[in-house]
Design a protein around this ligand. Sequence first.
Ligand code: FAD
Length: 580
Amino acid sequence: MDNFSHDVLIIGGGGAGLRAAIAVAEINPKLNVAVISKVYPMRSHTVSAEGGAAAVIKPDDSLDHHAYDTISGGDWLCDQDAVEAFVNEAPKEMLQLEHWGCPWSRQDDGTIAVRPFGGMKIERTWFASDKTGFHMLHTLYQTSLKYDPIQRYDEWFVTKLIVDDGRCQGAVAIELATGQVQAIAAKSVVICTGGCGKVFPFTTNANIKTGDGMALAYRAGVPLKDMEFIQYHPTGLPFTGILITEATRAEGGYMLNKDGYRYLQDYDLGTPQTEPVLRSMELGPRDRLSQAFVKEMEKGNTLEGLYGQFVHLDIRHLGEKKINAKLPFVRELCLKYENIDPVNEMIPVRPVVHYMMGGIHTDINGATPLPGLYAAGETACVSINGANRLGSNSLTELLVFGARVGSVAAEFASNQSDYTFDMAYESITEENHIKNQFFKEKKNQERIADIRKEMHKTMEEGCGIYRTENSLLASQNILTDLKERFSHVAIDDHSRTFNTELVAALELSNLLDLAESIVQSALSRKESRGSHQRTDYEKRDDENYLAHSLAYQEKDNKPRIEYLPVTITKWPPGERVYGR
Ligand SMILES: Cc1cc2nc3c(=O)[nH]c(=O)nc-3n(C[C@H](O)[C@H](O)[C@H](O)COP(=O)(O)OP(=O)(O)OC[C@H]3O[C@@H](n4cnc5c(N)ncnc54)[C@H](O)[C@@H]3O)c2cc1C
């Protein structure tokens, strides 16, 4: 075994991971920082973000407006101290990114262009055409190359955290090119591994979004916070789940049912739909729009396609010139994946899982309860997203909390002594053992795809847009059974180099743990709030549930739920409405 050792180890090379690495390198150039990623960093999911990133920039906007929109959009489950830090630091981070080379789109007079996004009082979403994530990630990646102390492990898959002497001291990973299991010691470890949309069948998330980092932390004893809150995006393409960005509606697109009727006018979206309000009903919050789809489906007002029910998103009236200027990527996606041209045809869409509000429990700086372990980005729950994230807050969150976490992880690492590696040797033996289990022939052999398919089905049916006690209990039972069946999984590919079947098995084991934590958290929360809608408990219940759920993994591997009060600074819980 080689002895790999660093001051700070960052797991994940997406927006949050790269921003954190740059922060470490800037704060203390003497520290040696490593970024480990299961894919080449530019292939991280951040690259696919289209719509934009929110930060106050216009004179008629204010930090308080941004904070209030975020908090009310999150149905009062956001920690308000974290939201205040977020909105304060957001404009500085966005300008910093411009100075590093991010080509923000501009107005004719040269000032930053912003577009309205769902649930916001006022336009504050910066964008770079409709490839915002691509440009942001590229900027961060290029900037990270300037710093010599940043080393990279590209295409290494982390399987376990090393916890020794009561603190996190590194990770064990498989080098995918060779199949070798290695320990990488570190004085502090930052998890930036993104979300876990792949727990569900229809999702905008890339295949790599399997919540590995959440599972790593959960198994190391760190609780997962607010896992029941799952954001559906109302406009994904049926089957592939590919996202048709909210920018499409921000630019004036209509949602139409099978009769060509703008059905959202029949629903309470919390947004005033009369003048002088800037936005249309199509820019209501994502959870309410997704819920309206289910209601339309129940009324028989949706269309039936090869991959289930759908409605239409219509942008034909915007005209070819505007579509090409503002939404070129949307046109490209429709042509490539649906064989339709949105200039002349309507786009079929359905709600698809998009984002995890929940994640690894951290404080306002990204520190978890386990000393030496930090988290930022979609994998973390700080929490600024509460029960429903506002579109375009997430990309900015990567910058603000990536920078914050880098700074505290650097400080922690500066005060630790070197590592002895005893525990690392043990971890490697253990991980090799786990890995080899998949290569053995088993009685009643099970296949990855079968278990994954059943997990998807039960999560969609039992724990989707609407939930009930019975549907959740049914999912809980099926998941217990699936976990038992998972112990019989064996794989056909026994090669050492780029064994994607082995990676799929390890990812599925993470997804099953996370699915259980989601279902258990949803069962325990007997109220409806934001994206968590229980038809058996239809009202928000601030008396009992103005609190974050914390899922701990017990010795029998089952989740146990505790609650933590929400931090309120100056916005007492109110009705969730939008508009001035
Ligand atoms: C299609 C789409 C469009 C979106 N559009 C917007 C938008 O317009 N505005 C907005 O604010 N938000 C948007 N979002 C949400 C936002 O893009 C994501 O929440 C954010 O980019 C996540 O960034 P991250 O750095 O946390 O993780 P990611 O970018 O997902 O990166 C995760 C990293 O972790 C690594 N990793 C994971 N597991 C392991 C492992 N086991 N071992 C080693 N490495 C590992 C991966 O290789 C990767 O480098 C969108 C999301 C999607 C899916």
